[in-house]
Design a binder for this molecule. Structure first.
Ligand code: 6PG
Length: 251
């Protein structure tokens, strides 16, 4: 795995925008299109705003991009908690992306299981069989969750389905999420982790005896070099450098 420690969440977002633009340019050159899965969360939002502004907005051939989502809450698309809504406001509308390229998770549907199956079918139709996304963007919660794969969830053990419906955190809306088979099939996974509240979980994710059932992000740590961790200093503060690879600005 690759780990880059950066000064703060703005620097994480800037590095993420640069990585996304580079991966998109490469995908567009090599395969003629770009398949991205977007995340919710504060740091991804900062990265999206950068991608929609100079110098990144013109560095990617955006009409070649297809946008998927890593997860979504069971709310309508115009709800402030919608990951689709957030990405649309911060990046997709400013870039003028064609609606037909936005593969939104219909998590407001009454039958979430059916919505998960439809999303999986769409992913298979667009991203090949088996589907391979160019970049999956992810954040990590303070409990170690990624996308909507929460600690101890049965969805962590999903081996076949690429999309599933899950419970959210206690009291929160249900959700749709990509599963690990979909995430780990991607050409690249970009983890953005910022904030002191993530330090404890991150330490455990990288610890020699880390437990992927308790800390789902551990699965990304085990996935090797296709995963790039962009972490701010506050989140990296508790890393045990005897166990984690030596962090550096340049890798
Ligand atoms: C969501 C997510 C979730 C998020 C993390 C980190 O919709 O909430 O997709 O997995 O990425 O909770 O979020 P922050 O960057 O805001 O801490």
């Amino acid at each position: 795995m690759r780990l880059r420690v950066l000064p703060d969440s703005d620097a994480v977002a800037e590095a993420a925008a640069r990585e996304i633009a580079a991966a998109a340019q490469q995908a567009s050159m090599e395969r003629g299109r770009v398949l991205l899965a977007l995340a919710g969360g504060r740091t991804p939002a900062l990265a999206y705003r950068r991608l929609a502004a100079d110098p990144w907005r013109d560095s990617v051939d955006w009409p070649r991009a297809e946008f998927f989502w890593g997860d979504e809450r069971a709310v309508p698309p115009d709800d402030p908690a919608s990951n689709y809504g957030m990405a649309r406001r911060t990046m997709l509308r400013p870039l003028g992306i064609d609606e037909g390229r936005l593969h939104r998770m219909r998590a407001e549907a009454p039958d979430l299981e059916a919505a998960a199956r439809e999303y999986e079918a769409d992913l298979r139709r667009v991203a090949g069989e088996p589907p391979v996304l160019d970049v999956v963007l992810l954040g990590m919660g303070a409990d170690g969750h990624v996308a909507s794969l929460f600690p101890a969830s049965p969805a962590l053990r999903e081996g076949d389905r690429l999309v599933t419906d899950v419970d959210g955190p206690a009291g929160g809306a249900r959700r749709l999420t990509l599963t690990f088979p979909a995430i780990l099939a991607a050409r690249a996974v970009l983890m953005q982790v910022a904030g002191a509240d993530k330090a404890g979980a991150l330490r455990e994710v990288f610890a020699a005896d880390g437990d992927a059932d308790r800390l789902p992000a551990r699965r990304l740590h085990e996935a090797g070099d296709r995963v790039l961790w962009l972490v701010d200093r506050a989140a990296a503060a508790a890393l045990d450098h005897r166990e984690a690879p030596a962090p550096s600005g340049a890798e």
